[in-house]
Ligand binder design. Structure first.
Ligand code: NCD
Length: 293
């Protein structure tokens, strides 16, 4: 049976552990050509910098051929339905299709029409499972045992698929998530602890995950300027003090809005480590979904 990765709930704890073990091997220099002569198609209906290139690098390192189609040249803009796009990708013989779309649920729809495994590269504000997996992997690498440790997710949580997937995955693996945002950026319904004032919780934290303000998903401008938002929600060195708090961000970072320059260059920043680990994690994910299903 073909299986697809639409949310982290598609994987059992054991499968996630196995993915992490394989990813660790890649970080330690293991190489293989498991996906030799397989075709991975990246179809990105929405912009991406690092996710798309991360999947490309991961696929190539395993010997796969990669074709990346982006929004400007995709035929959806010419009126083709998702169903027909899918049928065409299938006809090219893809083993895996990595899809990003502005609409929540698009990868699920695509998966109904293809023989390949569909991997969600981010759908609307719904889910970004591979990002959450690489984030958990990175947290474990930094913190060791993550159970009982606390992480603040800061910023535009309501519109963030990264936050959505991380809230589910990190709590499932025993972390306590605290949401830090102004009320209009908090999820409408949520039983996760929340505050607008990070200073209230900073002493409890082992990590902070800062998010970009998703201006493209706002129906109308919420802040007069992003610098108004930054007054309360930018992560600064002054806020961290000498606490051992790791700082993460999925990128792209709004410098000096989400994170201060000095925080980005601080040894407590895991931002580039996330990108580095992302390739190894996606290699393990791709090999699982291409070879096992
Ligand atoms: C994010 C995304 O596109 O969901 N970036 C990423 O995939 N690393 C976050 C964002 O766009 O702010």
């Amino acid at each position: 049976m073909v299986r697809h990765l639409t949310t982290t709930a598609d994987l059992t704890d054991g499968e996630i552990e196995a993915i992490f073990e394989e990813a660790n091997g890649y970080l330690n220099g293991e190489t293989n050509q498991k996906l030799r002569s397989r075709l991975v198609i990246n179809i990105f209906f929405e912009n991406s910098t690092r996710t798309r290139s991360s999947f490309e690098v991961a696929s190539r390192r395993l010997g796969a051929e990669v074709v990346s189609l982006d929004v400007a040249s995709s035929s959806e803009s010419k009126g083709e339905t998702m169903h027909d796009t899918a049928a065409n990708l299938d006809a090219m013989g893809a083993s895996a299709i990595v899809v990003r779309h502005k609409n929540a649920g698009a990868p699920k729809i695509l998966s109904k029409y293809v023989k390949a495994s569909v991997i969600n590269g981010g759908d609307g504000a719904h889910a970004h499972p591979t990002q959450a997996l690489l984030d958990l992997f990175t947290l474990r690498q930094a913190l060791g045992d993550v159970r009982g440790k606390k992480i603040a997710i800061v910023g535009d949580i309501r519109n963030s698929r990264v936050a959505n997937s991380n809230i589910k995955l990190l709590t499932r693996f025993g972390m306590e998530v605290i949401l830090v945002a102004p009320p209009h950026f908090l999820p409408k319904r949520s039983n996760v602890r929340a505050t607008w004032n990070i200073r209230e919780v900073v002493d409890e934290l082992s990590a902070i995950m800062s998010l970009r303000t998703q201006t493209e998903r706002h129906e109308r401008p919420i802040y007069a300027s992003l610098s108004d938002y930054a007054v309360n929600f930018k992560i600064t060195k002054e806020l961290l003090g000498d606490r051992q708090i790791y700082v993460m961000h999925p990128g792209p970072v709004h410098r000096n809005i989400d994170l201060d320059d000095s925080v980005l260059s601080d040894p407590r920043s895991l931002v580039l480590r996330q990108v580095h680990n992302g390739v190894a994690t996606r290699m393990a994910i791709l090999s699982k979904f291409v070879l096992e299903y």
